[in-house]
Design a protein around this ligand. Structure first.
Ligand SMILES: [Zn+2]
Ligand SMILES: [Zn+2]
Ligand SMILES: [Zn+2]
Length: 169
C-alpha cells in the first residue's frame, strides 16, 4: 500500500552532484551484448545503468556496489529521481525545493474531478466511495481531511483540494 506524504524525508539530497547528462545506452549491457528497457543515471557519479524492468538491473546493481543512493530517470519527458535507501520518488520544484511524489494524492484529485464532472457523485464523498478500478476515493478524501485538521496538510495539496468543484473544509 502506498503511504502518501509530500515532505521529502531523503537525507541524501546533498550528495547529488552536477553530473553531465547520462548515456543513451547501458554500457554494462552493451559489454555483454545484452539489451535493456529503460535507462537510469546515478546522480552521485553520473553512471548510466538499466532499470529494474530490464533483465540485468544495472542501476540497482550500481547502488549495491557503491552505496550511491539517488538515481534519476533518463526517459524522455520524465523528470523524477529515486532514493534507493529512503525508497522515495523525488521531484524538484522550480524553486529548487525537493518533494516526495505523492501519487496517491494526485490519483485522487484526478478521479475526484472525473466523478464530479460526470455528475456521478458530489462532495463530500461517502467513506466507501470508489472510482475507476476501485480507487478508494472516500478514504482518499478522509486521509487529506485528517491531515488538514491535524495542521500537517501540504499547502499545495490544500489548494488542489479547494480547486475541486464543491469542496468545503
Ligand atoms: Zn535518501
Ligand atoms: Zn544494463
Ligand atoms: Zn554512482
Amino acid at each position: 500500500m502506498y503511504v502518501p506524504h509530500m515532505q521529502a524525508t531523503c537525507t541524501h539530497l546533498d550528495d547529488i552532484a552536477d553530473v553531465a547528462h547520462g548515456l543513451d545506452v547501458c554500457p554494462a549491457c552493451l559489454a555483454s551484448r545484452d539489451t535493456w528497457l529503460h535507462l537510469r543515471q546515478c546522480r552521485i557519479c553520473g553512471n548510466t545503468g538499466c532499470c529494474d524492468s530490464s533483465r540485468n538491473k544495472h542501476a540497482t546493481a550500481h547502488f549495491h556496489e557503491t552505496g550511491h543512493a539517488i538515481m534519476r530517470t533518463l526517459e524522455e519527458g520524465q523528470d523524477w529521481s529515486w532514493c534507493f535507501v529512503d525508497k522515495e520518488t523525488l521531484e524538484q520544484d522550480d524553486d529548487g525545493r525537493w518533494r516526495a511524489v505523492d501519487a496517491f494524492f494526485d490519483a485522487g484529485v484526478w478521479y475526484a474531478r472525473e466523478v464530479l464532472a460526470a455528475g456521478a457523485a458530489s462532495l463530500p464523498f461517502p467513506r466507501s466511495a470508489t472510482a475507476g478500478d476501485g480507487f478508494p476515493l472516500g478514504i482518499w478524501e478522509a486521509t487529506y481531511r485528517d491531515r488538514y485538521r491535524a495542521g500537517t496538510l501540504d499547502p499545495d495539496q490544500a489548494a488542489g483540494l479547494e480547486s475541486l468543484p464543491g469542496w468545503r473544509w
